[in-house]
Design a protein around this ligand. Structure first.
Ligand code: SF4
Length: 357
């Protein structure tokens, strides 16, 4: 991942280097997950560096939640390859796990993140630039994954942001662990804008377990949303990605929006699945195994690119809008760049097998 001020990242090594390649310093272990120190020189990525139109901070590389559709696996592979080709030849010990699984089980922890953000914001030019655009925590990996309970890196970043005035902060997560930091969110809110975007694609617990095997249950996320709202924190729900043929049925959208309404979320945004290369490598075999009846349709639907057809996306948007309107839930939000808007009119049709290609 490119960084705002320095694109280089260095890594701590074990005290006793092995012959040949040297392993990153292991800083923890949790069942089948191993944590390693990533001594990044910068964690605050500027809008120009990422091309995303906002600042971003990701306290971890890799994510233990293991969603089948995750598009962020590339960052882990990229880091591993870059380390392997560096002059010192450091490695992330993967124990021969395939790259998609190493993303979930070999997590890099940016232990200095809070200090680095504080140092960056001590420069008036950086602070002024930060006030121009929103800073989003968790654009690539979940900042409240299980590692956070132990390492508290995201909390250390929030502590720094709470000392600032006139900034805008968004946190993207699937975990109710974010409620641990309500004290800091309220402090940030005193002088800045803050909102939490909770990702939730279905309220079907069994389906969620298949799609997002280690992520918190939908009920736990909804309880987290309600708790944040009780404390006056703005909460959006990211219904992203909507999985064609799996989570896009009208009755599922209805159940989800009703639950979101009951939890008092401020708004929702939705977006159909995008399949970039590394997500495709994991997701399509997953579909073959878990939803074989959809395999051919998926391959045809995503044959020409990473997006499903415009007509599908447009129909989906109108379906969500209609259900949200019916339940008095705000759809889309000025802070959500990912929500596409359309003036298209016509019957609501989201037949996954119709608008292929
Ligand atoms: S929570 Fe987000 S980053 Fe983590 S595996 Fe799921 S989609 Fe990927």
């Amino acid at each position: 991942m490119a960084h705002a001020h320095n694109t280089q990242t260095s890594f701590l090594l074990e005290d006793e280097p092995r012959s040949g390649r040297q392993s990153l310093l292991q800083v923890g272990e949790q069942k089948d997950i191993r944590y390693f120190a990533a001594n990044s020189r910068s964690v605050l990525n500027g809008p120009k560096a990422t091309g995303m139109g906002f600042w971003s901070i990701n306290p971890y590389v890799g994510c233990a939640f293991g969603c089948a559709y995750c598009y962020a696996r590339y960052a882990h592979r990229y880091t591993a390859e870059r380390l392997a080709h560096a002059p010192r030849g450091e490695t992330i010990p993967t124990d021969d796990l395939p790259p998609w699984l190493a993303f979930e089980r070999r997590i890099l922890v940016k232990r200095e993140a809070g200090t680095l953000v504080r140092r960056a914001l001590a420069k008036p030019a950086v602070l002024n630039a930060l006030r121009e655009d929103r800073v989003v925590i968790g654009t690539a990996t979940d900042p409240y994954q299980p590692a956070e309970r132990r390492f508290r890196i995201t909390r250390s970043v929030l502590e720094v942001l709470a000392d600032q005035k006139g900034i805008a902060v968004t946190i993207i997560t699937k975990s109710p662990l974010v409620t641990r930091d309500i004290d800091l969110l309220k402090r940030i809110k005193e002088h800045s804008d803050v909102c939490v975007n909770v990702s939730l694609i279905t309220v079907d617990r069994e389906l969620a377990r298949r799609l997002e095997p280690r992520a918190p249950t939908p009920e736990a996320r909804l309880r987290g949303i309600a708790r944040l709202r009780e404390h006056g924190i703005e909460v959006g729900v990211n219904i992203m990605p909507v999985l064609p043929g799996i989570t896009d049925k009208t009755e599922m959208v209805e159940a989800l929006i009703q639950a979101v309404k009951a939890a008092d979320a401020s708004y929702v945004g939705a977006c159909a699945l995008r399949l970039q290369a590394t997500a495709r490598d994991r997701y399509l075999p997953f579909i073959d195994a878990e939803f074989p009846e959809l395999a051919d349709r998926y391959r045809r639907a995503y044959a020409k690119g990473y997006q499903v057809s415009a007509s599908y996306r447009d129909g989906l948007r109108r379906r969500f809008k209609a259900v949200c309107d019916a339940h008095g839930v705000s759809y889309g939000h000025a802070k959500d760049d990912d929500v596409e808007t359309s003036d298209a009119r016509g019957p609501v049709s989201v037949q996954f097998d119709l608008p292929l290609g």
